[in-house]
Design a binder for this molecule. Structure first.
Ligand code: TXA
Ligand code: MG
Length: 347
């Protein structure tokens, strides 16, 4: 068992492993990361190998001090207006679930950035992540700690099941509080553009910067962020995404799994059924609610966990409800629609 409690000793052992070029999975506020020294090409190559991730999909470098940013990103090459935006964003939203794309420093290995002139940097808002980064090399490259294309892990056990035997350690920080990956915001091209909706809602960024671009509907088809392939974050079970109006009218299939947004939708569906669903033996266990009371924050925090669960109990198909498109809603709907696209692409 290579799971470590994030005690002083656990953090020390994990940090030493990172310094030695080994890989360590660690908790962040969004999802668990698969960490390696961001300046060690061998560790970076190993991240791609362990994840089965294509080399054209660049990594995020995680830092734990605002001042580490200069080592990684070429800030002086930014126009003064962009530099101001960067300063305000860092002051208001870091540490937090926001990844910034900036021009890279030449010292950052090309493997980390897939040869791009830009680099992704994030300062996670999690004590264990920060301690690990500070005690190791100050710059930890980490994609989500799942095999490429599969659901992101929000618990140490998810990492253990999927990649456990290939890592030096997994630091167990309990379940992740936000539950969807960071928002990726590109500041390298002049006007700021969201490349991936995530844990920082667009509204929070726009309250600071004014209107920002992307992501648009067509971006799912033509990704700006190299990792934004349409099929991603997918459970092994086929998933179909339904609007609420559709979801509450679905016939009951005993073998299917149902993922409702809230109790209101689930109850509306149950009322319309011609027989009570809970008469099926074990039937209720296939029906999950992202959030009883319709909280998007709670829905995001539970999303991957519930998908992992439905995947494990072996349903024939997951029928999931789209959530409202405000706050964390677009990030949740993005993950669900990519999971739904996985099946289409597989055929
Ligand atoms: O919340 C998160 O961001 C988690 C935790 C572990 O921090 N990490 C994560 O990493 O989601 P990953 O590798 O699964 O996703 C990184 C995303 C990918 O979509 C990738 O294409 C994009 O960031 N990215 C990285 N470098 C980029 C660059 N230079 N330009 C554009 N997109 C970039
Ligand atoms: Mg990922």
């Amino acid at each position: 068992m290579n799971i470590l409690a994030p005690s002083d000793e656990g953090l020390q052992r994990a940090a030493e492993a990172l310094r030695a070029g080994l890989l360590v999975a660690f908790p962040t506020e969004t999802v668990y990361g698969l960490g390696g020294d961001g300046f060690n090409p061998h560790a970076l190559a190993r991240i791609f190998a362990v994840k089965g991730r294509p080399r054209f999909d660049p990594l995020i470098i995680h830092i734990a001090e605002r001042d580490s940013l200069e080592r990684i990103a070429a800030i002086p090459s930014l126009e003064p207006a962009v530099r101001n935006k960067l300063d305000v964003l860092c002051a208001c939203l870091w540490p937090g679930p926001l990844t910034l794309i900036l021009p890279k420093q030449p010292e950052v290995p090309d493997l980390a950035t897939s040869g791009l002139p830009t680099v992704a940097v994030r300062f996670p808002d999690h004590r264990v992540a920060q301690q690990l980064i500070r005690r190791s090399t100050g710059a930890v490259a980490a994609p989500s700690a799942n095999p490429f294309g599969y659901l992101s892990p929000t618990r140490a056990e998810h990492v253990q099941e999927q990649l456990g035997d290939q890592l030096a350690f997994i630091l167990d920080g309990g379940p992740c509080s936000i539950g969807v990956e960071s928002t990726v915001l590109d500041l390298s091209a002049g006007s700021p553009r969201i490349l991936r909706p995530g844990g920082t809602p667009r509204e929070r960024i726009e309250a600071i910067l004014g209107a920002v671009e992307g992501p648009s509907a067509e971006q799912g088809r033509m990704p700006h962020s190299p990792g934004q392939l349409k099929s991603h974050y997918a459970p092994r079970t086929a998933l179909t995404l339904h609007r609420r109006e559709e979801m509450i009218l679905l016939p009951y299939e005993p073998s299917a799994g149902y993922l409702f947004f809230d109790r209101r939708s689930r109850d509306a569906w149950v009322q319309g059924l011609d027989r009570p669903y809970d008469l099926e033996p074990g039937g209720t266990s296939r029906i999950r609610l992202l959030s009883e009371g319709g909280s998007l924050g709670e829905a995001a925090a539970r999303l991957f966990d519930l998908l992992h669960e439905l995947d494990k109990i072996g349903v024939s198909r997951i029928r999931a409800e789209r959530v409202p498109d405000a706050g964390l809603g677009p990030a949740i709907n993005d993950r669900l629609s990519r999971a739904a696209a996985a099946e289409v692409l597989a055929h």
